[in-house]
Write a protein of this length. Structure first.
Length: 432
């Protein structure tokens, strides 16, 4: 079935790029059908003590308190509940799934093959498998050593909804009413439930304290609105935050909501997915490829920014980005663009070439809010500016994702910049 939402976004992105000589050479025109695959190892073991299998790829192997379980089927799904692969464990308690190591996966262990008197903490795991050394192990514990909770639990109800494409409003409750296409897994720490036909899920026996909540999202997701309140008193809004992890499959992001849960508390959380637009609603961005010496800096291409400056006819004010791309075609050469940190530090500067293009990099610079401005163009109130997650991504097939832009007095900014693995591509249409 044709994805008409992707078609509309591609039409705009390609129509903009079509005006720029040579730009199309770097932009893919179709989603690749075959993603890179990897023999992803999965394990099922039975344990007579409460121990965790660390990582056989590092040489630890199965703990001595445990032994392999054969005949257990393990299935991998993506975040849209699409089955990717399955396999059945051998006498070594392992088998391999032919899936890409990049992206968030849901792994489900069957009950077949689990001996009487043993059970897992959870038969489902959600794992962000961004490294080729990742693996998944299901530990099934003997009942008399099964971990007993020494803390309270609570209940988390989740409403999962989808907002209109590129939704920029703030009335989420009324405007974001579309139900998810697929039944979704909802995770709250090590507890989980699934949404029904009404898009709602109830996760019971959730360990108290900081709850890491994951709801539905897809390859189209640009951002998540997350909010929680006391179920019995919706006026009691709880403090929440959202963490986004940049995925190196160049297609998706991994969002995780955080909220504090008290013993016996019953809370309701709203998980609203915004397709095609990253508004920067999240609080923290995580770059899993950053090492200790690069933590807190833009790195691995995330800090790359490509600008195209294009002049519009005298007196013309574009209605939107499409209108600007259709009517503005004057490539502006030697246009100075400067990126300045919130504290006034100049992070990067450069001038456009004959195609009106300049590439600036923030790689290695400390992560901070910043603004973008041009010394020779102080009045930007009538300009039109549009940014996309860079379509020249590593997989070569990512759908263009709009990035929110905020225009201020003489400068503009990109809320939430820093979770796009190949940086951003920005079009700046100058009014005259």
């Amino acid at each position: 079935m044709t994805n008409w939402r992707s078609v509309r976004v591609w039409s705009l992105a390609l129509s903009i790029l079509a005006l720029l000589p040579g730009a199309l050479a770097t932009v893919p025109t179709a989603r690749a059908q075959d993603q890179p695959s990897y023999k992803f190892p999965v394990f099922s073991i039975q344990c007579d003590a409460f121990v965790k299998m660390e990582n056989s790829a590092k040489g630890e192997g199965i703990p001595p308190e445990c032994k392999a379980l054969a005949g257990v089927t393990i299935t991998a799904y993506d975040t849209e509940s699409t089955q990717l692969a399955n396999c059945t464990t051998d006498d070594n308690g392992t088998c391999t799934l032919n899936i890409s190591p990049n992206g968030t996966r849901i792994f489900v262990q069957s009950t077949t093959g689990i001996p009487d008197g043993y059970r897992p903490v959870s038969s489902i795991q959600r794992v962000f498998t961004y490294t080729e050394f990742a693996e998944v192990a299901f530990e099934n514990y003997r009942n008399d050593v099964f971990p007993q909770r020494d803390y309270g639990t609570g209940t988390v109800k989740v409403q999962s909804r989808v907002c209109p494409d590129k939704y920029a409003g703030d009335d989420f409750a009324n405007d974001c009413s579309t139900l998810p296409v697929n039944d979704q897994w909802i995770f709250a720490n090590d507890a989980y439930a699934t949404t029904g036909t009404d898009g709602n899920a109830t996760v019971r026996d959730v360990p108290t304290g900081d709850v890491k909540l994951y709801g539905g999202q897809s390859t189209l997701t640009g951002d998540i609105f997350f909010s929680c309140y006391l179920t019995k008193d919706p006026s009691q809004v709880l403090k929440t935050s959202v963490t986004v992890t940049a995925q190196y499959d160049a297609i998706t992001r991994d969002f995780e909501g955080h909220v504090n849960l008290e013993p016996r508390q019953n809370i309701t959380c709203l998980w609203y997915e915004i397709p095609f637009l990253d508004r920067g609603l999240w609080d923290t961005a995580v770059n899993p490829m950053a090492t200790d010496d690069t933590a807190g800096t833009w790195t691995s291409g995330i800090g790359e920014l490509t600008f195209y400056a294009t002049g519009c006819p005298a007196g013309f004010v574009a209605k939107d980005l499409q209108d600007a791309s259709t009517n503005c075609s004057d490539k502006v050469k030697d246009f100075p663009i400067t990126i300045t940190a919130a504290d006034g530090t100049e992070l990067a500067t450069g001038e456009t070439n004959g195609d009106g293009q300049v590439q600036l990099s923030l790689d290695g610079k400390p992560v901070t809010d910043f603004t973008i401005a041009a010394a020779d163009h102080a009045d930007i109130s009538r300009d039109t500016i549009g940014c996309f997650a860079n379509p020249n991504a590593t997989s070569g097939d990512a759908d263009p994702l709009y990035q929110a832009v905020t225009i201020g007095d003489g400068s503009w900014s990109i809320p939430g910049f820093g979770d796009d693995d190949s940086g951003l591509l920005c079009f700046w249409y100058l009014a005259s």
